[in-house]
Design a protein around this ligand. Structure first.
Ligand SMILES: *Cc1c(COP(=O)(O)O)cnc(C)c1O
Length: 358
């Protein structure tokens, strides 16, 4: 089996894979209730959050379900969202708002640039927004958006942040305490190393009190109410929950958030240094890049499928660019059960392919 270097799902550890084999469970029985409550508490613990102020709400669905639940539930009927977008996932939030008729404005950016704080501030001066919706780690390019700066602007203009933290939760710092965050959406199968199928929203309890209902299945407040009572509105993916609880236990055994971040940084450095030594160019600046995933320009004359297929044969699944970058870049993520030596071998294999061509 090839190692997954795509941005989720990740290569599982044996410990998490084994958790999938636990006994069948009815989601209406107390055993599931206990499991669900444990996961909700573990999720708050990742960022040291106080359960009197925050609620972790567990959904069966991929990361997009959590993002859609967050936007459709936490923007009140009279609310307005400002969406600065510099990639596929920012643009996806704008689509969600449009589909559900949520009042919103988009500040569209080229995908290779940072969010323009000046442009955001000018828009905040023009119009009142209840929320700013922003992607933390824009997986399209591997850019870590500067939330500190946006948090400052949101504070100044009385808006709250709704964060797509799908590809950063558990791997990058998020300052829930000092930023005006109403919620962050994320998933089991990226930096937390669980299996795909469950996602979650970390919501401020006070924000849930003003929740709107725009969807039956994605109504966050109804999940929150049921889960506070040890219940769930719909069938949960029991096996995915087993895996997530185990992945979270492993996350804490490994040292928690800071430790995982450091591991990713070390892994990413092996990839970055190795590939740039081969003459491969990164898409964006190292200082703006996440430790979770980086994007690189394809070497001159090499098609993505050639690189992908060669590396797959060598035991690695890499990831293509999206949209305008589909033919020009490739992406490497370093989440999951992989070792430094795997990444050293990845670099070697890329070098071999390039010398074959030369
Ligand atoms: C992966 C990802 C998502 C969600 O994708 P799904 O395929 O629904 O899991 C959303 N936002 C970002 C930034 C992501 O990286």
């Amino acid at each position: 089996m090839a190692l997954l270097l795509n941005p989720g799902p990740v290569t599982l550890t044996t410990r998490v894979r084994q958790a999938l084999l636990r006994p069948d469970l009815c989601h209406r029985e107390p055993e599931f209730s206990t499991l669900q409550s444990r996961i909700r508490q573990q999720l708050l613990t990742v960022y040291g959050l106080d359960s009197d102020l925050w609620s972790a709400i567990l959904l069966t669905g991929s990361g997009s379900a959590a993002v859609e639940a967050m936007l459709t539930s936490l923007v009140p009927d009279t609310g307005q969202v400002l969406i600065p977008a510099n990639g596929v996932y920012g643009e996806r939030m704008a689509r969600i708002a449009a589909i559900h008729g949520i009042g919103h404005d988009v500040i569209a950016h080229d995908w290779t640039v940072a969010i323009d704080a000046g442009a955001v501030e000018r828009q905040l001066q023009r119009r009142r927004y209840s929320h700013i919706a922003i992607v933390h780690h824009e997986t399209t390019t591997g850019r870590l958006n500067d939330l500190e700066q946006l948090a400052h602007l949101a504070d100044q203009y009385g808006a709250k942040l709704l964060i797509d933290a799908v590809s950063s939760f558990g791997g990058e710092a998020l300052d829930f305490r000092n930023w005006p965050v109403d919620a962050a959406a994320a998933t089991a199968n990226k930096c937390l190393h669980g299996v795909p199928g469950v996602s979650f929203v970390i919501a401020r309890r006070s924000a849930l009190e003003q929740a709107a209902v725009r969807s039956l299945y994605l109504d966050l407040a109804s999940y929150h109410r049921a889960q506070e009572n040890g219940n769930t509105p719909f069938t949960q993916s029991v096996q995915c929950c087993y895996a997530l609880a185990e992945a979270l236990a492993e996350f804490f055994d490994d040292g928690g958030l800071q430790a995982r971040h450091e591991i990713y940084r070390r892994r990413m450095k092996i990839v970055w240094d190795g590939l740039t030594r081969l003459g491969i160019e990164p898409l964006i600046d190292e200082s703006a890049s996440s430790s979770v995933l980086n994007a690189f320009r394809l070497p001159a004359g090499m098609e993505y499928t050639r690189l992908h297929d060669y590396l797959k044969e060598a035991g690695f699944i890499i990831y293509a660019g999206q949209g305008e970058f589909a033919q020009t870049i490739f992406r490497i993520a370093v989440m999951g059960a992989i070792y430094d030596s795997d990444l050293e071998r990845l670099v070697e294999e890329v070098g071999k392919l390039m010398s074959l061509k030369a």
